[in-house]
Every structure is written in structure tokens, then in C-alpha cells.
Design a binder for this molecule. Structure first.
Ligand SMILES: Nc1nc2c(ncn2[C@@H]2O[C@H](COP(=O)(O)OP(=O)(O)OP(=O)(O)O)[C@@H](O)[C@H]2O)c(=O)[nH]1
Ligand SMILES: [Mg+2]
Length: 636
């Protein structure tokens, strides 16, 4: 079964609600205040089965100029608009404003219902028709059916239905494979069920039991019950008016303008990169950083418009902008939006979102414009490349790429294949399960890793290599452990680096000792061997060598790295063999004695307190012993 959303539009009192009632039998003006004042205030909902069986949800909007904001929340997801113009009054201010809005939101099709035809004669009707035709010229409704009708007498209604049917057949259905999104237009409670939200499902499908998130607050819940046109269903799909029962959430936590989606698919942001065109009949030019009302989906936010390539945008012109929202909003690329001036609140323009999550750091204006031009006009592959570049050293998964672009899964896979085939993108992990990185970013990372290693070798020529974790700390913080590990494997593969235990070195680095160094090593080792358990400080030992200080220190450090000397504490090292003996003798002591103290240590090794105490502390630290008052017992 096909699904479609039809919206009304048009000036106040021109007969939108009456027409919906004549077509569907449903009076959408339900509020007491609406009845008393004879005007629509809130959105109204009805449904209509077309001749071919298509199920159409109807959204009836208010025409009053003070409720344009409500109208905007209603028309966001519509596929087809019925622009209602009363034959006796003709084109009025909100006829034009609603038409502009539909145009800016890129509503694809529609028709005009020339209502109240019963109130005018044929000559008048022709005059109004001419006026309407002129108004529609150059808009998406240029040449659309204009059907005179009357909700009072019923005249013209069959023609209107036929015209709706023709338009409906031609309308493109919404994408059920896209990222699920339901901009919320109503929140209420139903006794016994709790909180229910409603809205038009923009894309994707929703099934009972799905985990969902409400953005921007990122509230979590699970779909308990689903309704489409008053019928309980297991699954709702794009293009349907949908009611979702959400357990565990309060009505007060959710409001019109929030978006229901699957957890982790959309990321709300307070900055959006977009195109903006100012309507030709906007009252004045738009200056840089002007505060406006920003409407997207069912939401309204205050925002500042940062013009990227000029100080002033003239009516009728279009450019690239950065929108600074005063509260976060969850958008997707290619989403259409409308801006209204702050005061008086009138529609002045709108555009398309190009990047819903642009980088936070300052970017040169000229580069941004060039980047946005590719996002707007580039091919799928070019746009994909941009997303990879923007992600830096964080690999992007296909899922994430779908969230950041408006591409379907097949086009996306094809673009990714093209990018990897040409070497523009690199897949992370054996089968690309880690996501994709831009080749430029991979090259940058490689250069950086090799440079850090080269620096290290220059500074510490005798060391085997740099500890992995230390190397990672020198790289960009966004680099994850997984990507870092993958980079190391990649560089090891072609021998540009070598990894041994946890040390990384350049493939070309050979830490060998020169003859002089080797001689020093022998001397140092002999000194420590001879000193037994009471060696002097390293400074003392090295001073006695009468060799170059720096060189001697480097050799000493290397001996520590190699494990020839063992550090007990600052300035106290033992030769490996003595260290072994120290541990063994303490363990042997415990075979006959339950405890050991400083005095025993002194006797056992023939050393002073100066040595006995650090020895015991070191044994505590390495879990041979455990302190108990002034004594030590075996650790376990
Ligand atoms: N004679 C005549 N009167 C009509 C017709 N359609 C609507 N009306 C009258 O026009 C008035 C306004 O109609 P509504 O349907 O409330 O107009 P609306 O466009 O929904 O108004 P808002 O929602 O407030 O913008 C009502 O008094 C209707 O009875 C029609 O075809 N012929
Ligand atoms: Mg109405």
C-alpha cells in the first residue's frame, strides 16, 4: 500500500479546514478556542483513501499570520500541498508566505483549490484564476491544476479529488531505507499507556520493540505500541503519520521539535553549514550575524547567520552560511529549512543543510566556501571524500557515512569502492570493518609516526625503541588505540618500522654500541659486580670511569633498559645477578622464618640501614613482601 502526506496551505479563513472536512468527514478544529474564534490554531490531522487505494494522511495547518510557526511544523514532511485560495478574496499575504515556505522546503508537487466558488460569478472567477496563475509563475506550482470548488455546495469536489489522485500517483514515495527520523509534532498521555508522541515518519521504518532516542536531549526509550491512522500496527514506515507509545518518559521531557530516531544515528549540533537564499521579496538585505528564527522539521530555534563570503545578502541572492543555533538541533545533509526574521516574524528565506556536524575549530572562510560547494554540487564520490577528510584520523563506518550524507546504501558502497580503488580512501581492519580513512590522513599519520621515531632515535641512539604508549601520546589525541594498532601493523608490514615487545623503532635503526661504548659497559658492569649489595650512586660510579659523561650516561641507561642493572630506587641500582640473589635469599629466609625486619636484612646482606630499608621497600613494591608494623611477612 502506498502512503502519502498531504498538507493544506493558505491564508486565514480561506476554507482549508472546511475543505478537509468535506473531503474526509473529519473536523480538525477540535479546540474550544478554535470553535469560539472560528479559526485554526493547532495542526489538524485526518486521513483519506484515494481512488487507487493510496492512504493519504492529511495535515491541516492554520492560516493566521501569528501561527506561521505552527504551519511550518506541519508542512515539514508533506509530499503534496493543497494551496487553498478563496475565490472571493483571491491571493492574500499568507497565500504568498505559505507558497514561499513550500517552495523553500522543496515540497515537490501540489495543486490549488479555489474554494468558496459558490460566492462568486464566472467573470470574477476568471479574474482570480488569472491572478493565481501569475502568482504561481516560476514556482514549483507553476502550471499546476487550479480547481474551483465549494465545500458548501460540493461543486468541483470530484474534480479536486481527481486532481489530487493524479498528483499523488506522480509523487515520489519517501525512502524507507533511509536513516529513521520522526520529527515530533505532538506529545500527550493516554490513560493506561503513558506518553505518546506523533509525527510524520520522514524516512526509514520503526518496529515495536525498537530502542529509540529522543534528540537533542538523547532520552532513551523503547517502542511499546505503534499506531498509524488510528490502527495499531507492528511496523510503521516512511510516509506514515505515526503515533509512538514511549514507556518511561514524561510528557514534560519531550516537546514539539524534538526528533525521534534510533540511538547513535544522529548527532545534534549547534552549528550547521548550509546554503541560504533570501526571498526576492524579502523586505531588506540580510547582514552578517543577523539573528533569525530557524525552522527545520517541527522545530524552531533562534540562530545567527554567519555569511561566509560577504557582509550582506541581497533579496533574491543565495550563498553559503554557517548557522549558529542557540540550542542544538539534529539535522541531516540535504534537509531543507526556513528562516524568518526575528521581528516582525516573517519568512525571509531558507536553504539546504550541507553539513550538520561541521568541525568546531575555526576554519578559513575561503576554504569553507570551497568545501561547501563540493558538498552541495559534487558527485556522491566527491562528497564522500569530503566526509572522510573532515573526519581526520577517525575512521568512518558506512553507517556513519549514511548519517552524514543523504546517500542510499548502494550508492554509498559504490562510492566507497571507487575511493578505495583509486587509493583515495583506505579501509581500516582486514575487511574494512574498522571504517575508512582518507589516504591523505593516513599519509599524515605515517609521516608523523616516522618523524616521532626519528626524533627519538636521534635523542636516544642507544635505546632499542620508543614504548608504544609513549609514541601514541605524541600523536593526535583523537587517534584511537585500534587505529593506532592498525597503523603500526601497516608500517611493520613494509618494514618501515619494527615492533619488539612494546618497543617501536624505525626499520633502519640499529642500536649497536661502538668500541668505546662497549668498553664503558664492561667497566660499569665490573664496578657493579664488585660492589655487591652496597654500590655507590650512578653518579659516583660514572665519575670513577674518567670517560665522557654524556656517553657514559647513555651506556648506563641502555644497561638499565637491557636489564643488566636493576633499579631499586632513585640512585640505587644493583647488578642483575645480585638482585636475583637478594630475592632468592629473602625467599629462602621465609622458608624457616615467618618474618623479616631491617635488622635481619642488615645481617643477611652485610649492609647498612641506608641499603636495607630501600631493599625492603622495593620488595614490598614488587610483592615479595608485605609490611606489617615494623616487620615484613611474605606477600602471599
Ligand atoms: N460559502 C462558502 N463558505 C465557505 C467555504 N469554505 C469555507 N467557508 C467558510 O469560511 C469560513 C472559514 O473556513 P475555515 O475552513 O475555517 O477556514 P480556514 O482556512 O481553515 O481558516 P484558518 O484555519 O483559520 O486559516 C467558515 O465560516 C466556513 O464556513 C465555501 O466553499 N463556501
Ligand atoms: Mg483552519
Amino acid at each position: 500500500m502506498r502512503h502519502l502526506i498531504i498538507g493544506t496551505a493558505g491564508h486565514i479563513d480561506h476554507g482549508k479546514t472546511t475543505l478537509v472536512k468535506a473531503l474526509t468527514g473529519v473536523d480538525t478544529d477540535r479546540l474550544k478556542e478554535e470553535k469560539e474564534r472560528g479559526i485554526s490554531i493547532e495542526l489538524g490531522f485526518a486521513s483519506l483513501v484515494l481512488a487507487d487505494g493510496t492512504m493519504a494522511g492529511i495535515v491541516d495547518v492554520p492560516g493566521h499570520e501569528r501561527f506561521v510557526k505552527t504551519m511550518l511544523a506541519g508542512v515539514g514532511g508533506i509530499d503534496l500541498v493543497i494551496l487553498v485560495i478563496a475565490a472571493d478574496e483571491g491571493v492574500m499575504p499568507q497565500t504568498r508566505e505559505h507558497l514561499h515556505i513550500c517552495e523553500l522546503l522543496r515540497v515537490k508537487r501540489g495543486l490549488v483549490a479555489l474554494t468558496k466558488a459558490d460566492l462568486v460569478d464566472g467573470e470574477w472567477l476568471e479574474m482570480v484564476r488569472t491572478e493565481v496563475t501569475a502568482t504561481l509563475e516560476g514556482t514549483f506550482l507553476d502550471g499546476c491544476p487550479v480547481v474551483p470548488c465549494s465545500a458548501m455546495t460540493g461543486q468541483g469536489l470530484p474534480d479536486l479529488l481527481a486532481a489530487i489522485q493524479t498528483q499523488a500517483v506522480a509523487a515520489e514515495p519517501k525512502r524507507t531505507d533511509g536513516i529513521l527520523r520522526l520529527p515530533i509534532d505532538r506529545v500527550f498521555t493516554i490513560k493506561g499507556f503513558g506518553t505518546v508522541v506523533t509525527g510524520t515518519l520522514w524516512a526509514g521504518g520503526l518496529t515495536v520493540g525498537d530502542d529509540v532516542a529522543i534528540l537533542p536531549a538523547d532520552l532513551r526509550s523503547r517502542v511499546r505500541r505503534l499506531q498509524v491512522h488510528g490502527q495499531t500496527v507492528e511496523r510503521a514506515v516512511a510516509g506514515q503519520r505515526t503515533a509512538v507509545n514511549l514507556p518511561g518518559l514524561e510528557v514534560s521531557q519531550i516537546e514539539r521539535g524534538d526528533v525521534l530516531c534510533l540511538p547513535g544515528t544522529l548527532r545534534p549540533s549547534q552549528g550547521l553549514d548550509a546554503t541560504l537564499s533570501l526571498l526576492p521579496d524579502a523586505p531588506r538585505p540580510l547582514t552578517n550575524r543577523t539573528r533569525v528564527r530557524f525552522h527545520l522539521g517541527t522545530s524552531e530555534r533562534l540562530a545567527r547567520v554567519v555569511l561566509l563570503d560577504r557582509e550582506e545578502l541581497q533579496p533574491g541572492e543565495e550563498t553559503y552560511v554557517h548557522l549558529r543555533l542557540e540550542a542544538p538541533s539534529a539535522a541531516m545533509p540535504q534537509d531543507r529549512y526556513v528562516v524568518r526574521s526575528y521581528s516582525p516574524a516573517v519568512t525571509i528565506g531558507g536553504g539546504a543543510i550541507l553539513d550538520p556536524n561541521p568541525p568546531r575549530e575555526r576554519r578559513p572562510r575561503a576554504k569553507m566556501v570551497e568545501h561547501l560547494r563540493v558538498l552541495e554540487r559534487g558527485s556522491a564520490t566527491e562528497r564522500m571524500e569530503r566526509h572522510l577528510l573532515a573526519a581526520g584520523c577517525v575512521p568512518v563506518s558506512s553507517e556513519e557515512l549514511r548519517g552524514r550524507s543523504d546517500l542510499d546504501a548502494a550508492t554509498l558502497a559504490e562510492s566507497l569502492r571507487e575511493l578505495t580503488a583509486t587509493g583515495t580512501a583506505v579501509l581500516v581492519g582486514a575487511k574494512g570493518e574498522g571504517g575508512a580513512l582518507h589516504a591523505e590522513r593516513v599519509a599524515l599519520l605515517e609521516t608523523e609516526i616516522l618523524a616521532r621515531l626519528a626524533e627519538f632515535h636521534a635523542r636516544e641512539p642507544l635505546k632499542d625503541g620508543l614504548a608504544k604508549e609513549e609514541l601514541r601520546r605524541k600523536l593526535p589525541p583523537q587517534l584511537t588505540a585500534a587505529t593506532f594498532g592498525w597503523m603500526l601493523t601497516r608500517l611493520t608490514g613494509d618494514k618501515r618500522i619494527a615492533v619488539e615487545r612494546d618497543k617501536v623503532r624505525l626499520g633502519t635503526h640499529r642500536p649497536t654500541l661502538s668500541g668505546a661504548e662497549e668498553a664503558l659497559k664492561v667497566k660499569i658492569e665490573a664496578t657493579y659486580r664488585g660492589a655487591g649489595f652496597q654500590p655507590s650512586t650512578p653518579d659516583g660510579v660514572l665519575a670513577g670511569l674518567q670517560a665522557d659523561r654524556k656517553l657514559a650516561q647513555a651506556v648506563f641507561r641502555r644497561m638499565v633498559d637491557d636489564g643488566v642493572l636493576v633499579k631499586i630506587k632513585e640512585d640505587l641500582f644493583l647488578h642483575r645477578e645480585h638482585y636475583q640473589e637478594l630475592r632468592e635469599r629473602v625467599l629462602a629466609h621465609f622458608r624457616t622464618q615467618p618474618r623479616i625486619n631491617v635488622g635481619t636484612m642488615k645481617d643477611l646482606f652485610g649492609v647498612s640501614r641506608k641499603y636495607a630499608i630501600p631493599f625492603l621497600e622495593h620488595l614490598d613494591d614488587t610483592r615479595v613482601t608485605r609490611r606489617q608494623g615494623d616487620e615484613r611477612v611474605p606477600y602471599t
